[in-house]
Design a protein around this ligand. Structure first.
Ligand code: PMP
Length: 437
């Protein structure tokens, strides 16, 4: 038993662990709540004090198949009986090949696909940009305001939100430009957003020197705004016109979360490249770029990869996750979960019309509400969001916020959650909200 575990058994509290964490770990790696997890199962977790929580965060959209799904655990333990690491770039293994085949089949659109593996979402985005540049021989990249693509220097350059991600970490790589992301609730239309891309082509980057555009089909950290279908089609049309690689960042929105396997399927747009991570391996670190064969094969052998790229443990877990999504029909379940939230949150909004603004629940189990002051959508209510968040944890609910102003609640339950736990979790949120509003 590890030293840490022994301390837990000695009765250390969340507060004790928080003090030790503050002393031992850099403050930049902050935590949402002083809740130190002892164990988790399905849609529940228990802290070191034995308190139970319903999980509406799933480790930021990772455990879509719930904590420790028996099939995923079995696949992982079977893999661990065989080997844990050999490096896919030295002596590869079957599970990586089978998973690549599965992802190539799953990726939207008719074009033949290929896959490359890495370990984290940010790494997938980095590699998608490398592949796009290698394929086009161009340098420019267009991203969108409010977009989030990771914490490495390139992906921070793409990320369109300063605090807390970018402050004091520059300079960022050049040749990155940004346009507004359409958010009708905040008066940014599809026309405005596409017009701004066209303007970039006049003011900042010759489209003939633009390698890629990267977009989240549902903007995640930026506030859970679904990209309107016409916007996705407008980007596709411009990419086709100028030979630009369209990258869909499906890291948060993928793997059945939005009611389709991938969120860009809602628009019918086939991206050239797609980045995936998080839900892909249900809690084990694995990420990938999946895309059109001829683009994926642009970099020469050895140009892509990494020591832990496509860990055999992650690949085994991901194959099981894909089976579970199919066997348990989790795309339909995500849509159902979204509808349940929509009804309950709409009722809550009726009772609190001045504090609950937009409800975004049309993309399956990627659900959000925006909190306002005085019913004014230009007056975000981050203070209320913070108070409700604290109250949710006190009442036993793990939940997250997001958005440019920290006033958006996002709900990311496991797609395997039972009706009872779903109901109980939403009831806790309602009570927490009512006690603070
Ligand atoms: N892209 C998107 C859309 C994300 O939501 C995230 C993580 N929140 C990332 C990229 C970065 O992934 P990771 O934290 O695994 O590097």
């Amino acid at each position: 038993m590890s030293a840490a575990k022994i301390k837990t058994m000695d009765g250390h509290s969340n507060a004790d662990w928080q003090m030790r964490k503050n002393a031992a770990m850099a403050r930049g790696e902050g935590n949402v709540a002083p809740v130190f997890v002892d164990r988790a199962s399905g849609s529940e977790l228990w802290d070191v004090e034995g308190r139970r929580y319903i999980d509406f965060g799933t480790g930021i959209a990772v455990c879509n198949t719930g904590h420790r799904h028996p099939k995923v655990m079995k696949a992982v333990s079977d893999q661990l009986e065989r080997f844990s690491h050999t490096c896919v770039m030295v002596t590869p293994y079957d599970s990586a090949v089978i998973l690549a085949e599965a992802l190539n089949d799953l990726a939207p659109g008719p074009s033949p696909k290929k896959t490359m593996f890495v370990t984290t979402g940010a790494e997938a985005v980095e590699n998608a940009i490398k592949i796009a540049r290698s394929h086009t021989g161009r340098r420019g990249v267009i991203a969108f305001d409010g977009g989030y693509h990771g914490r490495t220097i390139m992906t921070l350059g793409l990320t369109g939100k300063i605090s807390p991600y970018k402050n004091r970490f520059g300079p960022f790589p050049g040749d990155i430009w940004r346009a507004p992301f359409p958010a009708l609730y905040h008066d940014i239309t599809v026309e405005d957003a596409l017009g701004a891309v066209d303007m970039l082509f006049k003011t900042d980057v010759d489209p003939a020197d633009c390698a890629a555009m990267i977009v989240e089909p549902v903007q995640g950290e930026g506030g859970f705004y679904p990209a309107p279908d016409e916007f996705m089609r407008g980007l596709r049309e411009r990419c086709d016109r100028y030979g630009i690689v369209l990258i869909a960042d499906e890291i948060q929105s993928g793997f059945a979360r939005t009611g389709k396997f991938f969120a860009c399927e809602h628009s019918g747009v086939e991206p050239d490249l797609m980045t995936v991570a998080k839900g892909l391996a249900g809690g084990f670190p694995l990420a990938a770029v999946v895309g059109k064969k001829e683009i994926m094969d642009a970099p020469a052998p050895g140009g892509l990869g990494g020591t832990y790229a496509g860990s055999p443990v992650g690949c085994a877990a991901a194959l099981a996750v894909i089976d579970v999504i199919r066997e348990e029909n989790l795309t339909a379940r995500a849509a159902h979960i979204g509808n349940v939230f929509k009804d309950r949150l709409t009722a809550l909004q009726k009772a609190h019309p001045h504090t609950i603004g937009d409800i975004r629940a049309d993309r399956g189990a990627m659900i959000a509400i925006e909190l306002l002051q005085y019913g004014d959508r230009r007056k975000p209510n981050a203070a209320l969001a913070k108070a409700v968040l604290t109250e949710c944890y006190a009442k036993g609910l793990v939940v997250l916020t997001c958005g440019m102003d920290g006033n958006v609640f996002r709900f990311l339950p496991a797609l395997t959650i039972s009706n009872d736990l779903l109901d109980e979790g939403i009831s806790i949120f309602e009570q927490a909200f009512k006690s603070c509003a």
